[in-house]
Write a protein that binds this ligand. Sequence first.
Ligand code: ADP
Ligand code: ASP
Ligand code: MG
Length: 403
Amino acid sequence: MSLIVQKFGGSSVANAERIFNVANRVIDTYKEGHSVVVVVSAQGDTTDELLEKAKEINENPSKREMDVLLSTGEQISIALLAMAIEKLGYPVISLTGWQIGMLTNSNHSNARIKTVDTERITRELDKKNIVIVAGFQGINKYDDITTLGRGGSDTTAVALAAALKADLCEIYTDVDGVYTADPRIVKNAKKLDDISYDEMLELASLGANVLHNRSVELAKKYNVNLEVKSSFKRVPGTIVKEVGNVEKMLVRGVARDNDVARIAVIGIEDKPGKAFQIFSLLAKKNINVDIILQSIGRENTKDISFTVSKSHLQAALDVINENLGIIGAKEVKYSDKVSKVSIVGAGMVNNPGVASRMFEALYDAGINIHMISTSEIKVSVLIDEKDAEKAVVAIHDKFELSL
Ligand code: ADP
Ligand code: ASP
Ligand code: MG
């Protein structure tokens, strides 16, 4: 007998009808004789609405209390889904992150899973229960509630699949698989039959939120069989696995990330140690820096630009402004109206033409590039946010990804 972990996202449980749709799919799997563990997210836009509610009370609440609030969304979903399954006459139990011993670190709002205690779930499965688990939430070593970051229910599902040594982890969502680009932006994007862990990890990290990036990281680490598929249509999805297509595709997909802001430190003295000074200040504040660009020195000064996530923008500006004198820079400029657009493909290595083709697509579309960064399997550009969707479409066309 096999064990299957199924995860259903927010849109899949958005209302009563959809909850019964999920209940029926879960029951079908159970009736086939599998043990089923189901992970659910908060219904529809519940998490966003809870964030709004918090704002009405306190513009700057502690992350601990925010996690107490946000975790309630998933608790509603597990109870409702369990009630639906009860009504359909099958044995079921819902469990919160705390009840299943989902132990995380204390990084509230973006906690990392440390261990999962499988004892309770295994006991319930032995009793032939369908087990419904709240995604996105855990507890730290002080028994405080934590959350895993937006989109984190995927990670709950993969972590459980790894810990329980499940045969399969299915991520059910509102699209029927992983596409060459977000199908909401590119109408003729193509569904991929399979994709490698590495390519999926890059796409997810670069803004393709169809999977939470840490879920892919965990799936790769523990070799979890992962499939992304539709909650609504019964068709095969996309398999995420060790090796993708044998012939490595030059470009597998295009991703866009709007959660980015650019900071430029202008007129820095052109002497050794300046980059070290700036980035050690940021590191001390736990601010992650992504793309970095340093200009050529002129008249004994240089500029250093870099990107951070929007949520870190203010903290980064504060720490640099406070230390402008020590750094020896003239001024700091920033923009949060930028986006990062990237192409990903394991076949890109040793193909120098790929980046230039991407830049040609942007040039043809009249889009200006602010920054560029590359790795073995991706090329990213920073452009104006208003151009981002046009850029994704242009690049997708240029590489003929819909064919
Ligand atoms: P869920 O609530 O089920 O977790 P998400 O909204 O987090 O769903 O993820 C699904 C969404 O991801 C899709 O509706 C789609 O717009 C978006 N998406 C972004 N990039 C891609 C991609 N490359 N392939 C498929 N979907 C993508
Ligand atoms: N409910 C959480 C969110 O909206 C977690 C998730 O959906 O995966 O981010
Ligand atoms: Mg999601």
